[in-house]
Design a protein around this ligand. Structure first.
Ligand SMILES: CC(C)(COP(=O)(O)OP(=O)(O)OC[C@H]1O[C@@H](n2cnc3c(N)ncnc32)[C@H](O)[C@@H]1OP(=O)(O)O)[C@@H](O)C(=O)NCCC(=O)NCCSC(=O)C[C@](C)(O)C(=O)O
Ligand SMILES: [Mg+2]
Length: 329
């Protein structure tokens, strides 16, 4: 069978910067596993969520932070080199403002391996970014955090962070370019903390978050980053979860956070590219390749003007489809 990513790669060769997209990590569902619970951690190798997050922050009580840190180190060491059912095993540390981050990093630096993604909540200002980097450098040493395949995922969770989001994201991207620190790949919207910050009352419909989610997704996409939508906290309401996923997907979000394994199949299914979308992406990539060979840049395809941004969208669809089919998720 012809590789779908082959289509994307053929097109990608036209643009050097586009070829970085080849390392696409699907994050339709991002499932938190509180690292204080050994019972939950034991399930990690078989979890079929695109991304599994070893959680040290708000899913762990203050009194259990030490045990959670040491369990996280053990889990990273035990799972290194193992076949996991997820695409990415991330680790969410405590925020800089909590005063707990330094202790997290000191303990985590004892692990033989780094997680596939470091995940940092409540990044509120560009200055936070510089301080967080300093903490990583002093605890891990510059060598371990420079030019590493580990990716970075950050959370936007306050009014101030939402307004300052372009500067925050730019400073993380520039840090990677200038120092080789982990590459930013995705940004997550922390709607619970955001609602608390602005004094909104959380409702099932989520009207209180509409502006925030739209601004959030727009900034993510302006920087070509994955945008991960809010947690759906009503564990028993499968229909409500599905509706929330379909809305997020149609607004441009790439995935959604999950707090319970039962939410994962609904989220993953909702964020899977439809057969029509895959067919559109394949045909567009073919047409793009053909026009490039013929020396044409912009062209019309099914009544739409096609240029680089639409090619990027098509590549994301194809790469996600390829990874999902290959990984059996
Ligand atoms: C809600 C809870 C307490 C219900 O936990 P439970 O044990 O009462 O649920 P259950 O239905 O009885 O569980 C069934 C089975 O699934 C297991 N299980 C259940 N959940 C998980 C899980 N996540 N990972 C791995 N395994 C899990 C559980 O251990 C059990 O296993 P068993 O059949 O062998 O006994 C539990 O699901 C949980 O702790 N979830 C994670 C909570 C968390 O990490 N919250 C923080 C992230 S969200 C957040 O911070 C906000 C945000 C983004 O920042 C912002 O919007 O601001
Ligand atoms: Mg939060």
């Amino acid at each position: 069978m012809t590789s779908l990513v082959g289509y994307a790669r053929r097109c990608a060769s036209q643009f050097a910067s586009v070829s970085e997209k080849a390392k696409y990590v699907p994050r339709r569902s991002l499932l938190y596993v509180p690292a204080s619970s050994e019972k939950m951690l034991n399930k990690v190798p078989l979890m079929k969520s695109d991304c599994v997050v070893l959680e040290l922050e708000d899913g762990v009580a203050l009194t259990s932070k030490a045990v959670a840190r040491s369990n996280a180190v053990k889990t990273l060491n035990q799972l290194q080199g193992s076949m996991l059912s997820c695409f990415e095993l991330g680790l969410r540390v405590n925020s800089f403002a909590s005063g707990l981050l330094e202790d997290d990093l000191k303990e985590l630096s004892k692990a033989e391996v780094l997680p596939a993604a470091f995940m940092i909540p409540k990044v509120d200002t560009p200055e936070d970014v510089a301080t967080i980097y300093d903490l990583f450098r002093t605890t891990f040493g510059a060598n371990r955090i420079t030019d590493s395949p580990t990716r970075l995922v950050i959370w936007i969770e306050s009014a101030r962070a939402l307004l300052d989001m372009p500067r925050i994201v730019s400073s993380v991207i520039n840090l990677h370019r200038n120092s080789g620190f982990f590459k930013l790949d995705a940004v997550v919207f922390g709607s619970d903390d955001f609602c608390a910050d602005i004094g909104a009352i959380r409702t099932a419909e989520g009207l209180e978050n509409i502006y925030a989610r739209q601004r959030f997704v727009t900034v993510c996409k302006a920087f070509q980053l994955q945008a991960i939508d809010s947690v759906y906290i009503d564990l028993k309401d499968e229909e409500g979860l599905r509706e929330s996923c379909l809305q997020g997907h149609s607004w441009g979000f790439t995935g959604k956070q999950a707090i319970h394994p039962s939410q994962v199949p609904i989220i993953q299914d909702s964020y899977k590219p439809s057969a029509e979308r895959v067919e559109w992406a394949k045909s567009l990539a073919d047409a793009f390749s053909m026009h490039q060979q013929g020396g044409t840049g912009a062209f019309s395809f099914r009544g739409q003007m096609i240029d680089r941004p639409l090619l990027l969208q098509a590549m994301n669809v194809l790469q996600m489809q390829e990874r999902i089919m290959g990984g059996g998720l």
